[in-house]
Design a protein around this ligand. Structure first.
Ligand code: ZN
Length: 568
């Protein structure tokens, strides 16, 4: 383990391609020792040795991935990315061997006592979703996802004499000039339409390979396998279906009223798809400085918020663990990841001058703060929780930092706060629509691209009845979902954001009522990492479960009330 004091800057982090053959030998040796251990301390010592082997591989994988996404044109890291696409399943095989041994461990009771039930639940679910038979399918799945990411990262959109990518065009889609944002939106969607055959082909193959794996493993469809892969231990597809109904019943009407207010503010007859991201006639609030200035402001903010966030953010800066500004060749989107041997979180984003840049420094920094808080847990499964719980950290950090938003938006701060909360409400119906679509897709794995698009259109009508695609045939034909990376790359990872949002709204309110109390629970939650299941973490943080009867209605009503009281 490399001690903090000597942690180098990210560019000095050492990458070497893992030697899988050697790893397999070392892993087997340790696993045999684990199985033959004659005392609990012995068994625990080999357990830790196994985690150190895993940690080295995961470190190299994450450094490789980060550098690949920082410049997708870099041939060296592209080759490394291909190497991992091909070899990750071999690593999965080793993990799977470990899980089998863990469940049968001689000193299982002692291990469970010390490390908790959650590790054993994860081991059981992971074993259900992996077998050597599906290795070639997993490799194919990885390659298809990489092909989707690469296609989007390489997008070049010619617009008014300039070339944009899918991230940088966004700022034009939010322009004050309605004709301009219409034209920019049309340019984006024209690129999607031109590539729709390839996007359909990739998705067809993804659905087919996932369905094949599910059947090989004895699942009825990929739905149950998808849930197991997401390590969901305490809720099922029917709980999620009831949750979506709650959103349809209680949140869609609130969102409809908000869209109508937006239409009135903009003084337009009809709010069209290219108007949705444009909130105010005077323009969306934007941060009042460049990337460097934004990071300075963020440093001040985290210093004032708490000693914990101060230490954390200084660490991120000192070790250059953030790559924030959009560049050609960089992957789209944003993420936070963790490099175990350096005990370092990493934040990746594409700053483009919109308020979204600040969301990165609150949302992704929320993820990073959590993993920083739990980085010393030696069980790597516990560094992060499952994704719905992860998104509580990020989305709640967006709210805990509200008092400092004036540092970024100056006199526009009230508009920023309104737009932020408004967007959080509006997101929920879209989020559950993406989830319902995925259930349709994997329950109807034989559906054609046209049938899938028709399903998307039906689902949009249910959850996004305000939406108007007037004249855009690609969108009218149900193509919108193709922009949503998660649908390709992380099946069934989307409802997570909506479950977490319901939790974050609770922190939003509690923070206004009693900051000390809310913050203390938040820090506790972050430190717990992934040592418990989602609903147990929710309980630990003194939050109400989003599945509890009445929770969606009750939580959304206080958010709606606040929004109604604002002058916009
Ligand atoms: Zn997130």
């Amino acid at each position: 383990m490399i001690p903090t004091e000597t942690t180098p800057r990210f560019e000095e982090f050492v990458y070497e391609r893992p030697d899988l053959d050697q790893l397999e030998v070392d892993f087997s040796t340790q696993l045999a020792a684990f199985n033959e251990a004659t005392s609990f301390p012995d068994q625990e010592a080999t357990l830790q040795a196994i985690y150190r082997l895993r940690s080295h591989f995961e470190t190299m994988y994450n450094i490789g991935q980060i550098r690949h996404t920082m410049d997708t044109r870099d041939a060296f890291y592209e080759a490394e990315n291909n190497f991992f696409d091909e070899n990750l399943p071999r690593f999965e095989q080793l993990k799977s061997n470990f899980y089998r041994a863990l469940l049968a461990a001689k000193f299982r009771e002692d291990l469970e006592e010390k490390y908790g039930q959650q590790l054993f639940d994860i081991a059981e679910l992971s074993l259900r979703t992996f077998s050597p038979e599906i290795m070639p399918d997993l490799q194919k799945e990885n390659q298809l996802i990489s092909a989707y990411n690469k296609l989007k990262a390489k997008a070049q959109i010619e617009f008014q004499g300039e070339t944009y990518n899918l991230s940088s065009i966004l700022v034009k889609e939010m322009d004050a000039d309605r004709d301009l944002r219409q034209a920019a939106s049309e340019a984006r969607w024209a690129w999607m339409a031109e590539n729709s055959t390839e996007l359909d082909r990739l998705f067809d193959e993804l659905v087919a390979v996932r369905t094949k794996m599910a059947r090989t493993l004895g699942f009825d469809s990929f739905v149950a396998m998808g849930y197991a892969r997401m390590l969901r231990t305490d809720y099922s597809a029917s709980d999620v279906a009831r949750f979506r109904d709650q959103v349809a019943q209680h949140i869609v009407p609130i969102a409809n009223r908000l869209y109508d207010r937006q239409r009135q503010r903009l003084a337009i007859e009809e709010l069209r798809y290219y108007d949705e991201k444009y909130s105010f006639p005077e323009g969306n609030p934007t941060p009042r400085g460049n990337a460097e200035w934004i990071i300075e402001q963020a440093a001040g903010m985290y210093a004032e918020l708490s000693p914990e966030t101060d230490t954390f953010f200084q660490y991120m800066r000192e070790h250059q663990l953030m790559d924030l500004v959009a560049r050609d060749g960089k992957s789209t989107g944003g993420y936070c990841t963790f490099i175990p041997q350096y005990r370092a979180p990493f934040i990746f984003s594409n700053f483009n001058g919109t308020s979204g840049d600040i969301d990165v420094l609150t949302h992704e920094a929320g993820h990073a703060f959590q993993v920083y808080s739990s980085r010393d847990i030696a069980i790597s499964e516990y560094n992060w929780p499952t994704y719905e719980a992860c998104e509580i950290h990020s989305m709640s950090m967006e709210f805990f930092t509200w008092p400092w938003m004036k540092n970024f938006f100056l006199e526009d701060v009230e508009r920023y706060r309104f737009a932020h909360l408004n967007a959080a409400i509006n997101f929920l119906p879209y989020g559950v629509a993406v989830d319902e679509f995925q259930h349709y897709v994997y329950e109807n794995s034989e559906a054609s691209p046209a049938e899938r698009n028709a399903a998307w259109s039906r689902i949009e009508e249910k959850y996004l009845p305000h939406r108007r695609y007037v004249g855009n045939t690609y969108l009218e034909g149900g193509g919108f979902w193709q922009r949503q990376t998660h649908i390709y790359a992380m099946p069934f990872y989307y409802i997570d954001y909506t479950l977490a949002q319901i939790c974050a709204f609770q922190f939003w309110r509690r923070d206004q009522e009693d900051h000390q109390d809310a913050w203390a629970d938040y820090v506790e939650l972050c430190k717990a990492g992934g040592s418990r299941s989602f609903l147990n973490l929710v309980e630990l943080a003194n939050l109400e479960s989003p599945f509890a009867p009445g929770c969606v209605e009750h939580v959304s009503s206080f958010v709606a009330k606040w929004l109604e009281e604002q002058a916009f």
